[in-house]
Design a protein around this ligand. Structure first.
Ligand SMILES: Nc1ncnc2c1ncn2[C@@H]1O[C@H](COP(=O)(O)OP(=O)(O)OP(=O)(O)O)[C@@H](O)[C@H]1O
Ligand SMILES: [Mg+2]
Length: 129
């Protein structure tokens, strides 16, 4: 049973706006030639593509549908508020997007890199050349 007055778990700043900016416009569609230098794509889901920073510590999720990253950020933050240490700390970065005019932003989600155990694919889906 979780104690109702458990203090919130720490939310360390695990990422940076500079790194979020570096990948906000990235798309795996043109990988590997369009990948930012030093970064490594590590996965693709239905709604986000995931890329590993040059230090190989933090992944950044780039969404293909607005709101997906915000939703995961809220979900994981809520779990951490309840004391679930296994929910990774996340940071939602709002990267200004000139193409969207005033108030427009690309929301990039950062979280610690969690390497898999080798049983699941960790490279992007193969594409025809
Ligand atoms: N923290 C992480 N560390 C390492 N790899 C990750 C991490 N988060 C996601 N990935 C990789 O990126 C892939 C896609 O991530 P994610 O599931 O978050 O995207 P999604 O769009 O929500 O996909 P789906 O709709 O299938 O759930 C994962 O299957 C995994 O291989
Ligand atoms: Mg998912």
């Amino acid at each position: 049973m979780l104690h109702s007055r458990r203090p919130p778990l720490p939310r360390p700043v695990v990422s940076s706006l500079a790194e979020a900016r570096a990948v906000a416009g990235w798309s795996p569609e043109y990988s590997p030639y369009g990948d930012p230098v030093g970064w490594t794509p590590v996965g693709e889901g239905a709604h986000r593509a995931v890329i590993l920073n040059p230090a190989r510590t933090i992944v950044y999720k780039v969404e293909n549908e607005a709101g997906r990253n915000r939703r995961e950020h809220r979900t994981l933050g809520g779990l951490r508020d309840q004391g679930h240490v296994h929910a990774p700390p996340t940071t939602l970065w709002a990267v200004p997007n000139p193409a969207h005019g005033t108030g427009g932003a690309i929301e990039v989600l950062a979280m610690p890199y969690l390497p898999n155990d080798g049983t699941a694919p960790h490279t992007p889906y193969p594409r025809p050349a």
